[in-house]
Design a protein around this ligand. Structure first.
Ligand code: AMP
Ligand code: GLY
Length: 436
């Protein structure tokens, strides 16, 4: 098979790495990819994965390339091309592409759509309102004493959510979105949710339009600094599984979230083929959905794909052909931990082009894989090329071993200004040791 993977981050490196292990794959391209992806080889024939300089949002460029190379399957990593309708476009040309179509991608692309869907189908979520008018929005946030999350309706590069604890901040967030239009069209409508308190975890489910197979649990670390302080980021590290949701609670989440979601999709004629990734808050009143994403999480993918034992090409084919019911997901018992190394200044302004040292040494470590998130090759040197630069991932017999291995590897890698959180999985480890 000839495969094309779309995207350039750590998630896409993990997808490429896992897909390259499949004996079905004879040729693979990644658009636009990164320096780490360009070093991957196919297990079947030793060929390198080739990066091609086509942006993830250049839909016609991607379509032209897929036709020219007679690509058998295209795998979409990021949310933007899905929201732009890449799946519909490829399917119209008779090409196989994996991910939700534009209508199904609305679960992520429109927070108002997702919120109303949850309300229609009894999926537990935060109390909320949808607004275009600033004074009505402020009245609602005031009814919550300003304790709320103000969210731009559309995709906003992960920056469209402001979590507020007082009315002044809530009004400022409302004004910035609805009056100053700081998110443009994405913020022309907003969703305001009550502030939920609890532990936040990530769920992922592989879906084929009829069946949804839940993955084990994972947890991202969204804030930039240790102790969950500082600004929200795309994710500074993840681990799987998390002790904060046991088997019984996971099956409750399946009953309360995934099953009504499937019933709702069927009732509304939405055929969702891809990954549904609900962000969940474990509140005192049970799990509540904060948001739906319609793709793999980043860096959750890095920990999931180092644990899943199935051939990923076969899983994707089952998702595309509606045959997931007959398949079983198999997971390694080994926990996995990913520590993100970021550029100085991220998630704010940062510089690129810093040479990265130590990658060759770390490549020899067992049970360890460095996924590149923002890197480029300049001559013989790999340099930083993004806010999140590397996702240093390791797995082991228990969570502590995996965590220690990931940090040992991260400590061996250097680039100017590199910063990473030193407490990835710490709360989980404390919880495990308190329980044992
Ligand atoms: P979202 O993109 O909607 O997941 O929001 C980004 C982050 O904001 C989430 O990962 C949470 O940490 C936080 N957040 C979103 N909604 C809420 C809420 N209703 N209550 C508390 N925190 C929230
Ligand atoms: N881990 C956060 C995200 O992928 O949205």
């Amino acid at each position: 098979m000839r495969l094309l993977v779309i995207g350039s981050g750590g998630r896409e490196h993990a997808l490429v790495w896992k897909l390259a292990q499949s004996a079905h794959v004879k040729e693979m391209w990644c658009a636009p990819g990164n320096a780490g992806i360009a070093e991957e080889r196919l297990a079947g024939n030793g060929r390198f994965v080739e990066c091609v300089a086509i942006g993830a949002e250049d839909l016609s460029g991607l379509l032209g390339f897929a036709k020219e190379k007679r690509v058998d399957l295209t795998v979409v990593g990021p949310d933007n091309p899905l929201a732009l309708g890449i799946v519909d476009l490829f399917e119209k040309s008779g090409l196989h592409i994996w991910g939700p179509n534009q209508r199904a991608a609305q679960f992520e692309a429109s927070k108002a759509f997702a919120q109303q869907f949850m309300e229609r189908h009894g999926i537990p979520t935060a109390r909320s309102g949808i607004f275009q008018d600033a004074s009505a929005a402020k009245e609602f946030s005031n009814s919550l004493q300003g304790r709320c999350a103000v969210k731009a309706n559309g995709l906003a590069l992960g920056k469209g959510v402001v979590v507020c604890t007082n009315q002044k901040d809530a009004e400022r967030a409302v004004d910035s979105m609805l009056v100053s239009k700081s998110f443009g069209r994405a913020g022309a409508r907003i969703v305001i949710q009550e502030l939920l308190e609890g532990t936040e975890i990530s769920l992922h489910a592989l879906c084929d339009g009829k069946t949804a197979h839940l993955f084990p649990t994972s947890q991202d670390h969204k804030r930039a600094f240790e102790g969950d302080l500082g600004p929200n980021t795309g994710g500074m590290g993840a681990y799987s599984p998390t002790p904060f949701l046991g088997e019984a609670e996971l099956s409750m989440a399946r009953k309360q979230v995934v099953e009504p979601w499937l019933v709702g999709c069927a009732a509304e004629g939405i055929v969702f083929r891809g990954i549904l990734y609900p962000g969940l808050m474990l509140t005192r009143d049970g799990p509540k959905v904060l948001e739906f994403n319609a793709r793999f999480g980043d860096p959750e993918t890095q920990v999931y794909l180092t644990r899943v034992e199935n051939d990923l090409v076969e899983l994707i084919e089952a998702s595309l052909t509606g045959t997931l019911a007959g398949m079983e997901l198999r997971w390694s018992a080994m926990p996995s931990v990913c520590v993100v190394m970021a550029s100085a200044g991220y998630p704010g302004h940062y510089e690129k082009g810093k040479p990265i040292h130590g990658l060759e040494d770390v490549a020899c470590l067992a049970n360890t894989k460095v996924f590149h998130a923002g890197s480029a090759r300049v001559g013989n040197q790999i340099v930083s090329n993004g806010g999140r630069v590397l996702g240093v991932t390791a797995w082991g017999g228990d969570l502590k071993t995996a965590r220690d291995s990931a940090y040992a590897a991260a400590e061996a890698i250097h680039f100017e200004g590199a910063h990473f959180r030193r407490d990835i999985a710490d709360k989980a480890l404390s919880s495990i040791s308190a329980g044992s």
